[in-house]
Design a binder for this molecule. Structure first.
Ligand SMILES: Nc1nc2c(ncn2[C@@H]2O[C@H](COP(=O)(O)OP(=O)(O)O[C@H]3O[C@H](CO)[C@@H](O)[C@H](O)[C@@H]3O)[C@@H](O)[C@H]2O)c(=O)[nH]1
Length: 372
């Protein structure tokens, strides 16, 4: 495996993670700290802390031998990125920050392009401006959304792209600029084409977390109904914890390359709802086919899942299925956590959250939890 300057000098390797407060950032930071890295993360300034996912990694600035550092920054701010990279002198950069919600990108296309497309360019340019092309390895969080209107099943590193949202169009630029800087300047830059990856740390408005959170709340009587969009959408869902290992592996090779990260297994949104319900011992039925179908609880005849067209996208990605053979062969990687285990873990975690909420409600503390 590749050894760099820092390791040869006996110092810990340094990693810089953009998007460290997100799901993947948190798992990756934990993973790299366990490997002995010094980990630096960039977080955006907000009026709330927004560091819940990495709070357990926080080290008091007065402690000696700290290996975890957070810096204020933003992918829209080039001079700030240059300053942080100059200060940290990272061996590896993981560019995970993004406006990552596909539906939201239809409402904020320009912002999404600025952060997701130009943000990647700003990072690559910063490395070049600082003359770190030979030192700093770069990972770009690319996405299966690039395949959009799929041209081939399953999708591999060679499948043509057909983006279907402002988000995917921005990510298409980021993918190609990463390839271009690799070819033009000999940089060690890689794209991980990640299929959907979930966990209890997933944001609440992505469909899996929305489902597990709602089912747990319905189970405890805190919510009546779950409104969803396209129940027929098919996704290749893996566990985020498995996928961050692959992100790291990509930067440890002799030569840089692009890889699909996926499970090779596909399920529909409807399957996910049913799997979550099963974990809670709830049986729901979807009556009839088509978009107006309703999930009914046979125990009391109540509708617990209903379709709301508000969640339909102007252009939908109907089906995604990845072929991770290249990563398996070249990097010796394979996902360890099954679909069933993923759903079970998410449901368990959300049931714990819902129980806390129930306790507050019963004790008279009114919490108005959003149900988006
Ligand atoms: N969010 C959401 N999606 C819904 C809903 N109902 C149905 N869906 C469908 O569920 C599918 C998955 O939606 P998301 O969980 O929002 O994820 P995504 O659009 O596939 O994008 C995620 O995965 C990409 C990797 O392929 C990532 O690149 C992207 O950032 C995001 O994490 C989509 O087809 C969406 O239309 C709903 O109520 N909410």
């Amino acid at each position: 495996m590749h050894k760099n300057e820092s390791e040869r000098a006996g110092a810990p390797k340094k990693a810089l993670i953009t998007g460290i407060t997100g799901q993947d950032g948190a798992y990756l930071a934990e993973f790299l700290l366990a490997k002995g890295y010094e980990v630096h993360g960039i977080k955006r300034r907000a009026s709330l802390f927004n560091t819940d996912r990495v709070d357990h990694l926080y080290q008091d600035p007065h402690e000696q031998g700290r290996r975890f550092f957070l810096h204020y920054g933003d992918l829209a701010d080039a001079s700030n990125l240059i300053r942080i990279i100059q200060q940290v002198q990272p061996d590896e950069i993981y560019n995970l920050a993004a406006q990552s919600h596909v539906q939201v990108s239809f409402e904020t296309p320009e912002y999404t392009a600025n952060v997701d497309a130009l943000g990647a360019l700003r990072m690559l340019e910063a490395i070049r401006i600082l003359g770190l092309e030979k030192k700093t390895r770069f990972y770009q969080a690319s996405t299966s959304e690039l395949y959009g209107l799929v041209q081939e099943v399953p999708q591999t590193e060679k499948t043509p792209f057909y983006p279907r949202s402002p988000y995917a169009c921005a990510k298409l630029y980021a993918y190609w600029i990463t390839v271009n800087y690799r070819e033009a300047y000999g940089m060690y830059a890689c794209n991980g084409i990640l299929f959907n990856h979930e966990s209890p740390l997933r944001g609440e408005t992505f469909v899996t977390r929305k489902i597990t959170r709602a089912m747990a709340r319905i189970y405890l009587g805190l919510q009546d109904c779950l409104y969803l969009g396209n129940l027929n959408a098919l996704r290749d869902w893996g566990h985020a914890k498995d996928y961050v290992e692959m992100q790291w592996l990509m930067l440890q090779q002799e030569t840089p390359d692009d890889y699909v990260i996926a499970t090779g297994e596909q399920h529909s949104v409807r399957d996910f709802v049913q799997a979550a319900a099963r974990e809670l011992g709830m049986t729901i039925e979807f009556s009839g086919e088509g978009v107006d179908e309703k999930g009914v609880n046979p125990a009391n005849g109540k509708t617990i899942v209903a379709v709301d067209s508000r969640y339909f996208r102007p252009t939908e990605v109907e089906t995604l299925l990845g072929d991770p053979s290249k990563g398996k062969e070249k990097l010796g990687w394979k996902p360890k956590i099954s679909f069933r285990e993923l759903v079970a873990e998410m449901v368990r975690a959300d049931l714990e959250e819902a129980k806390k909420e129930e306790l507050c409600v019963r004790a008279g503390f009114c919490v108005n939890t959003p149900q988006e």
